[in-house]
Design a protein around this ligand. Sequence first.
Ligand code: ZN
Length: 202
Amino acid sequence: MKIFCIGRNYSDHAKEMNAEVPVSPIFFMKPDTALHKESEFYIPKFTTDLHYECEIVVRIDRVGKNIGENFARKYYSEIGLGIDFTARDLQQQCKEKGLPWEIAKSWENSAPIGNHWFKTSELNMDNIQFHLEKNGATVQKGSSAEMIFSIDRIIAYLSQFSTLKVGDLIYTGTPAGVGPVNVGDELVGYLENKEMYRLKIK
Ligand code: ZN
């Protein structure tokens, strides 16, 4: 399986990163070794500025390529919540040098994923509410309504470049409020007020 991640899909987050709002989706990938399902997360030694990015995750459940946006709904039926962990210090160096982002984004365990999946039929897909708490305080809050590129548009776009396969995941971008995590922090992600994951930072 493969993991796609969408960058700058919420204008308030693009703004906080001093980045332009994109005219077409920006994507990068993580390997399957990035997936992290445990409740304990160990900060890797190569970063001193690890940031959380809470994101709605779509699981593909049908093989497709060159999928029309109008048909994209047929290619997924489950929605989860994850974190696109980012070594912000390394990402900044990549940006300055015009280098790819993999060392900042695609390392082992950089993609925590919750163990609960909602059926799309259980959700109002145009307004999926989610939020992230750090040590009990809400630090990020978003809705699929605020996405610059909808899930269906993202699927149509990605499938031009790569065949989507059963089990592939798409991290759909993060709203404003990204920030650092340190040893001792606890992150809890909620989708429609259901706890989706709880991570103790070690
Ligand atoms: Zn992200």
